[in-house]
Design a protein around this ligand. Structure first.
Ligand SMILES: Nc1nc2c(ncn2[C@@H]2O[C@H](COP(=O)(O)OP(=O)(O)O)[C@@H](OP(=O)(O)OP(=O)(O)O)[C@H]2O)c(=O)[nH]1
Ligand SMILES: [Mn+2]
Length: 199
């Protein structure tokens, strides 16, 4: 099969072109992945995170929106940090690196590390973290990932709050949306409804 075409960003790109190139790159990299609900294409998530940042967070910085679209490519696909740098330049590559977990760590250490390191992250990386967590929490209230228990969902809410509490000062609008979810969020698991218990 012929290699799928990837478009390299250029300094002359219009903002729309720059963002589309990133979305296309992410779509190709995530093309064989589905979300843990067992049905949704994975790419819906990174495109959704960028859309949420723009539509609800008022973010207009194209490099941040590009990094949002690309935020899970290094962590979850065969994309390398060097490839992101080559195709999208230093600023986007540095942002993606900032929001990429070290997958050599076990899941529990990775989660702990994220809470510890996010405090020192740049404001733009914190913005992407807010969008990522808000999208994932909304996704949990939409449909539980296959095999997740109510306790595991509650744990994700509690952990996400630790991360977003360290980031919320960078965007009060997103912070309010997250607070509302922590206060009033409801999710369904195996046909039962549960209230989010994060305080
Ligand atoms: N809510 C939800 N999440 C799903 C689904 N499918 C995949 N995910 C991804 O799973 C991750 C959360 O699952 P965990 O079990 O806590 O994390 P892990 O896979 O990295 O161990 C998120 O990764 P992430 O984006 O890298 O973010 P995060 O782990 O930093 O939160 C999220 O994007 C789904 O159907 N619903
Ligand atoms: Mn993500």
């Amino acid at each position: 099969m012929a290699t799928l075409q990837l478009f390299r960003a250029s300094d002359d790109d219009a903002p729309t072109t720059a963002l589309l190139k990133a979305a296309h790159f992410a779509a190709i990299k995530h093309r064989n992945q589905i979300r843990k609900d067992g049905a949704t294409p994975y790419i819906n998530h990174p495109i959704g995170v960028a859309t949420l940042l723009a539509a609800e967070g008022g973010v207009t910085d194209v490099a941040v929106l590009q990094a949002a679209v690309l935020h899970d490519t290094v962590e979850d696909t065969d994309a390398s940090p060097e490839e992101i740098r080559e195709y999208f330049g230093d600023r986007v590559a540095d942002l993606v690196a900032e929001v990429t977990d070290d997958t050599s760590l076990c899941a529990a250490d990775r989660k702990q590390r994220q809470v510890e390191t996010v405090r020192a992250a740049s404001d733009d990386a914190k913005l992407i973290k807010l969008g990522d967590k808000l999208y994932n929490l909304r996704d949990l209230t939409r449909k539980a990932p296959i095999g997740w228990t109510p306790e595991r969902i509650q744990q994700y809410f509690a952990w996400a709050k630790q991360v977003t509490d360290a980031c919320k000062h960078v965007n009060p609008r997103l912070a309010d949306l997250l607070d509302d979810l922590y206060e009033n969020g409801v999710f369904t698991c195996s046909g039962e409804s549960y209230k989010c218990l994060v305080v």
